[in-house]
Design a protein. Structure first.
Length: 363
């Protein structure tokens, strides 16, 4: 027993108070906690009925159920999760390890995961990592094991599994989102390459001779996939890709890079790797007196809810975060049930949302 504070100062291993030598009186229920039998006696029902109510089964009359629930509340009874897991083989709990909670995509994906898990009857335990290393990843896994989760969804948004020092244990079901597929576990992600191709091709089809790119951080898996696809699309059109301007996903970085690009009169089309950086670049272009889309067309990525309220409304790539979250839970539950899915990558399609921030270049 871990005794803290004042109680520790007034206790010795023999169970006597230090000031009087009188044995401490202990309530056995306080030590072990109320049992199913205690609840059954208080509610005047059988232990089997208490078990049915505890497990959420429907074959109990409503008035009896209410009486049992009232007894549980009165006694402070909590179902023994370990015992229930031994019986069912599951704790009905899923862990989520996420790196960088600040990005729009990760927040939306996490919301979709929580919704899908709840609909399947599972709770979610979240562990955010600010600096994913061998120690922090291992520590996060250990913490989730201690909390008795059935499986884990990992949202790293980085090339972590290219590093030899980071591996995932094989004894816990897992699904990876937004990272390199080297983990050996199933992976679910937006079709980043398709979205970047849609954005770049749209600008080329409008007649722009070059498309400049405001990319995300080089550590980001999705940013690099978008950048590679942008460059490949230009090359396939016979155009040599210019230098990339890397931001950090923030509006501020988009603003500073937009200032650099906007001062170049040859820049007539920009593809930004997310909507926040696109918004920052749009502000820079406005301040420089370059009209959108008459002088410069710009495309974002994500389709923020606010994208339609940018001025002008932003042409962007829509990601289906709900499907990413739902599919990750589906694949994880397949593993938990013993029906292991293939360890390949499942990609979710994107859509080009054409609005008022793009147009043919001025002649």
């Amino acid at each position: 027993m871990n005794i803290q504070g004042d109680a520790a100062e007034n206790h010795d291993p023999a169970g006597r108070t230090k000031d009087s030598g009188t044995p401490l009186l202990r309530n056995s229920r306080a030590v072990r906690g109320p049992s199913i039998a205690d609840v059954a006696r208080t509610a005047g029902v059988s232990a089997q009925t208490v078990s049915r109510v505890s497990n959420g089964l429907s074959n109990v009359e409503e008035k009896t159920k209410l009486r049992v629930l009232d007894a549980m509340k009165q006694l402070g009874y909590r179902p023994n999760r370990a015992a229930r897991a031994l019986k069912s083989g599951q704790f009905k709990s899923i862990g989520v390890i996420v790196f960088n909670l600040s990005t729009y995509g990760n927040r939306r994906t996490l919301d979709a995961i929580a919704t899908a898990a709840s609909q399947a009857g599972y709770s979610v335990t979240l562990i955010p990592l600010h600096d994913p290393t061998t120690g922090t990843v291992t520590g996060a896994y250990q913490r989730l094991r201690e909390q008795d989760v059935d499986g884990v969804v990992i949202i790293f948004e980085a090339h972590l599994f290219d590093r030899e020092d980071i591996t995932l244990p094989e004894d816990l079901p897992a699904v990876v989102i937004d990272s390199t597929p080297g983990s050996g576990h199933p992976m679910v992600d937006t079709d980043q390459a398709e979205g970047a191709r849609f954005a770049t091709s749209h600008l080329l089809d409008l007649g722009h001779q070059q498309v400049w790119h405001i990319g995300g951080p080089v550590s980001s898996f999705s940013a690099m996939h978008r950048e590679e696809s942008w460059r490949r699309t230009l090359n396939e059109a016979g155009i040599e890709a210019p230098a990339v301007f890397h931001g950090d996903w923030s509006t501020e970085s988009g603003y500073h890079l937009g200032m650099e690009l906007g001062r170049n009169p040859e820049v007539t089309a920009i593809f930004a790797a997310n909507d926040q950086m696109a918004l920052g670049a749009m502000r820079a272009l406005h301040e420089l007196g370059r009209r959108i889309p008459e002088d410069v067309s710009i495309v974002g990525f994500d389709d923020l809810e606010e994208s339609t309220s940018f001025w002008p409304p932003l042409t962007t790539i829509r990601q289906d975060f709900s499907s990413v979250g739902r599919l990750s839970i589906e694949k994880l539950l397949q593993q938990i049930s013993g029906n292991n899915p293939a360890s390949g990558v499942t990609t979710v399609p994107t859509r080009l949302m054409v609005r008022k921030s793009t147009a043919a270049p001025a002649r």
